[in-house]
Design a protein around this ligand. Structure first.
Ligand code: BG6
Length: 521
């Protein structure tokens, strides 16, 4: 069964209501790196093609490598050609963008580089009319963040917010710290130079249309929210499965692992949107207040319970479709005896009135059977079952009716599915599960923009709703801190799973102990 956009309400496809920001310059530190090529430049190009960039707009790339303006422009054009979602690069879009694109070669710890940057910014402001509005983007390795922030301050490149002409903002890429202590330290360093409202801590999951739709779905409809609590929900599952291994990123990944790389940020963001209370207003502070409140209400797992409530695994060699993957420890950049987890599963509980007694099961892993992100909400069974149903039961167990289930599929095929039981034609009063299915692409007839497009636009507009506040980042770290600590002291707790599977069997045992199953996705 499939639903289309409601027939009596014309779908509004014509106007993606985005505002165009005022004149500004974006300064990208780490301009010769992977993130700039794969994400930032294609996103800026896509904004340009959609006419969402300001009329006066300049880009300054900063990195160590000596590329020169022309070399940088050439490289960025190639990157857009390779990674843009919009296909071939259009000259009429590229030319005006490239015209105001400059490159500054300097090492990030050289104070002269920041004085050169100041001069260049002054020139650009003058030539392009960017009015002293500067957005800095830290796309460097995280070890460089603190030094860049300090040097920007020392070079007088950070204008106090709200005073005089022009604004200064800074986007800080993930990882925001590698544990609670380093995140607190980074906050301290950033806030000694910038005001909180000038700091944009990025988590690209928040820029995904379908992630934002969690809030729209919950708070824009009156039929779901009354059922969004312990009285009706049995449990919630969050799955972020990836079908790629650590391929090409071994060195970074081996120092991070699944808990730091995916759970602390992307998955806890999903969790907070699914479980937060309705905000009083749809603005940055009200929404982030509720997210922080939720993260604080998640019960910290005490050291002695970490073994029972978490599972971690590492992939061994296997095949995914046509691809054969070597085991994680054979990946380049990975230590041969590495104990870094490439899979993590957790059972979390939330101590508030809405969620007491409702477990949240989180799982994420690399080199799994397919790429799929989904929030799966399982409702309680009816209090009394009076139908024949055994003949139609499936993997939920041989003698059980499939409970109602709501699935918010975040990627790759964005959709919302609601499963319920109906009687098929025939003599018997038995139930079979059917699914109402809304697909974004079919429903809205458009490809959703890339997360970075939305986030860059919001930062230029000064809207920090989809960015993390400092206390939010710290709260997320404090939640994973006891797990990180317990895992560090227990190398034997690491399990394994073959690439191409759905993860370690211990993760099945984690949820089966509660007489539940992972949704088959
Ligand atoms: C990044 C992680 O933040 O998110 C990667 O560092 C991961 O390891 C990626 O692959 C997943 O993002 P997406 O948008 O592809 O789901």
């Amino acid at each position: 069964m499939e639903t289309k956009a409601a027939p009596d309400v014309a779908p509004r496809r014509e106007a993606p209501a985005y505002s165009v920001p005022g004149a500004c310059t974006i300064v990208i530190f780490g301009a010769s790196g992977d993130l700039t090529a794969r994400k930032l430049m294609p996103a800026l190009y896509a904004l340009a093609e959609q006419k969402l960039l300001p009329r006066c707009f300049a880009i300054i790339g900063v990195a160590r490598r000596d590329l020169g303006n022309e070399g940088f422009r050439q490289r960025m054009r190639e990157a857009v050609g390779r990674f843009s979602r919009l296909g071939a690069v259009r000259d009429d879009v590229w030319a005006p963008l490239a015209e105001n694109m400059q490159y500054l070669a300097t090492s990030f710890d050289e104070s002269k580089g920041y004085l050169d940057l100041r001069d260049l910014l002054a020139q650009v402001d003058q030539a392009c009319g960017t009015e002293g509005n500067h957005l800095f983007y830290l796309a460097t390795p995280p070890t460089a963040y603190a030094g860049i922030v300090r040097s920007l301050g020392e070079a007088g490149l950070v204008k106090p917010d709200g005073h005089g002409k022009g604004w200064t903002r800074i986007i800080i890429e993930k990882p925001f710290g590698r544990d609670l202590g380093s995140a607190q330290e980074l906050n301290r360093q950033a806030l000694s130079v910038f005001r909180e409202r000038q700091v944009y801590r990025i988590d690209h999951y928040l820029g995904k249309e379908t992630v934002q739709n969690i809030l729209a779905f919950r708070f824009g409809n009156s039929i779901f929210e009354p059922l969004w609590n312990r009285r009706y929900m049995d449990h919630v599952q969050l799955t972020v499965a990836e079908d790629l291994g650590a391929e090409g990123r071994g060195e970074y990944y081996d120092r991070a692992g699944a808990l730091r790389d995916m759970v602390q940020n992307h998955m806890l963001q999903l969790l907070s949107l699914v479980a937060m209370e309705p905000p009083a207003a749809f603005d940055a502070e009200a929404i982030r207040d509720e997210k922080v409140k939720l993260l604080r209400a998640v019960r910290r797992i005490p050291a002695e319970r970490v073994g029972a409530q978490t599972v971690r695994g590492q992939y061994t060699a296997g095949t995914i479709g046509q691809r054969t993957l070597v085991g994680y420890r054979e990946e380049s950049g990975v230590a041969r005896g590495s104990t870094t987890e490439t899979y993590a599963a957790l059972r979390l509980t939330i101590d508030n009135w809405r969620w007491a007694g409702v477990p949240f099961y989180l799982r994420t892993g690399k080199a799994l059977a397919s790429r799929l992100t989904e929030v799966t909400i399982q409702y309680r069974e009816p209090p009394l079952l009076m139908f024949e149903h055994a003949a139609h039961a499936d993997h939920e167990g041989p003698d059980r009716l499939e409970p109602n289930r709501l699935s918010l599929r975040i990627q790759p095929d964005e959709r919302i599915m609601l499963r319920f039981g109906l009687k098929p034609p025939g003599e018997h009063m038995s139930l079979i599960p059917v699914v109402m299915d809304f697909g974004y692409r079919e429903g809205f007839g458009a490809q959703p923009p890339e997360a970075y497009e939305r986030l860059l636009l919001d930062a230029m507009l000064g809207d920090s709703t989809l960015f993390l506040r400092g206390d939010e980042a710290e709260s997320a770290w404090s939640l994973v801190a006891p797990i990180l600590e317990a895992w560090a002291g227990d190398a034997k707790g690491l399990t394994s799973y073959p690439a191409g599977s759905w993860g370690p069997t211990a993760a099945d045992a984690l949820i089966e102990r509660d007489d539940r199953r992972w949704a088959r996705l």
